[in-house]
Design a protein around this ligand. Sequence first.
Ligand SMILES: Cc1cc2nc3c(=O)[nH]c(=O)nc-3n(C[C@H](O)[C@H](O)[C@H](O)COP(=O)(O)OP(=O)(O)OC[C@H]3O[C@@H](n4cnc5c(N)ncnc54)[C@H](O)[C@@H]3O)c2cc1C
Length: 537
Amino acid sequence: MGEAFDAIIVGGGHNGQILSAYLRKAGLETLVLEKRTEPGGGLCTEEVTIPGFYHNLHAFFLRWIPDLPWFKDLDLARYGVRMIMPDVQTVLPFGDGKSLVFHRDDERTIKSISYFSKKDANQYRGLLKRFRRMNDLIITPETYAPPISFEEKRALLEKSALGRDYLDFSEQTPVALAKELFESEQMRAMLIFLVTTKMFLHDEPGLGYSVPSAIAGALKGSMCRGGSHTLAHGISAFVEAQGGRIQEASHVREITVEGGRAVGVALDDGRTIRARRLVASSVDVPQTFLGMVGEDKLDPGFIEKVKAYKFSKWGLFGVHLALNESINYKASAFDPDVNTGLNYNVGLECLEDLETHMKEIAEGIPPTKPGMQCAQPTLHDPLQAPSGKHTAFLWQFAPYHLKDGGAAAWDRVKEEYLEVCLTRWREYTTNLTRRNIVASYLFTPLDVERKLINMRSGDHCVGRASRDQMLENRPFPGSSPYRTPIEGLYLCGSSTHPFGNITGAPGYNAAKTICEDLGMDPWWRPPDLKAAWSRLH
Ligand SMILES: Cc1cc2nc3c(=O)[nH]c(=O)nc-3n(C[C@H](O)[C@H](O)[C@H](O)COP(=O)(O)OP(=O)(O)OC[C@H]3O[C@@H](n4cnc5c(N)ncnc54)[C@H](O)[C@@H]3O)c2cc1C
């Protein structure tokens, strides 16, 4: 083997880089190996339409970021990362010209809800306080700590009223909660949009905890100035300032195991690199174990679990637009704030709409009456387009495998489906005309997988959000968080607790576990979950 490092991290998405940042500052010599020519994974911004128009092909909505422990520990503001948190957070325009608008200002949100239901407005006011406490004292601490067993969790949480409340909520499905909590279809649709766009399954028991976190988080949406990739570059700048190495265009093919221990990696280009202390994989479970480690190094029971690991059956069909002028929503006549939102639910007006989408998706049909997540980044950050011009995008849940022709058929049908989505968007807007659209770029669930090979079947959270694969069960029930059966091999990506999306939690939590195993004192202050939950009342 050629070079040697203390820790080799496979995959340079935000989780891999965050782990590298913590380990490097803890004193280990670290190397991140990234397949693509730019680190960041799902934090990528590219000129895919016309030069000067910057499009965020993956993550755009970045929740809580300035409050997150790694953002503060790595002092990312010092490395040029600037987050923008618009006042108008989420907008749901309706076909009848009205709209429901969530603001950072609670009173304005409550006023908007009250147009549809006074009862829901009062309920929301009461829930906000309760959900914020639940989020701050239970959900966030659990997100930013390695998970504990369900039995231990229940024993700790049952001692307090807030904990019991959380346990009751968690047992339910998000859609049952939406119906129980709110009487208006408008609020139910808003809530379920907030939950499902984070890829939580709407009808899965045990995921009810996604409701308090979606409501609390819906008011903490932000975006990155200059595009999402700027956040990834901030983390890289920290790693490199500490003397850590990041190598792009480095496709890891094999994790070398000797005597049951991970001792290095072999790359596609023939290079081999030795790991003195550990290898950590931030990529998907099947690629890590079946592809890189190899079945001959694993026991049959474990291989069975890896093969049973599930990915989502749907992903996102994306359309990125370069525009001459910003979009005008018809509902802005009802409420002018509609035109200044961060996050838009366009077309998912009631729970039945989502049920119809899911039924079509299960049959391999892209939803015929789209209900999309949309945004116009340049409304809040003019740096993302030439002066006076705009960018916008829509994301529509869509099956990976199409009924006619499987995944490969996306290349054939994508232009046709673009028209279906644009026609739907136009029902809610006045100027999404051919003259306004300078160029478009389509990004299908198949393209998602082509770009980031760990997002199998276009699953951008790298593993289905079903109860048996969440919290202490992620990636497998009974697994020791972030550790693997191979000594010196760790997991640190979205296939581990808590889940995908830009949370940084898998990388952050893996750093704590690794420090523990190596007998190193963390230089940061990882939260003590059990102590925090013991103090609840
Ligand atoms: C269309 C779309 C929209 C999204 N929108 C949002 C959003 O608004 N908000 C949000 O929070 N999240 C969003 N996400 C999800 C988010 O992007 C992911 O969940 C997140 O990027 C996962 O982070 P990660 O670090 O675990 O993995 P990734 O970001 O996937 O990084 C893994 C890295 O590993 C590299 N890699 C894979 N295999 C190898 C190998 N063999 N050798 C070397 N390198 C390898 C990949 O190239 C990649 O760079 C979106 C995703 C998509 C696709």
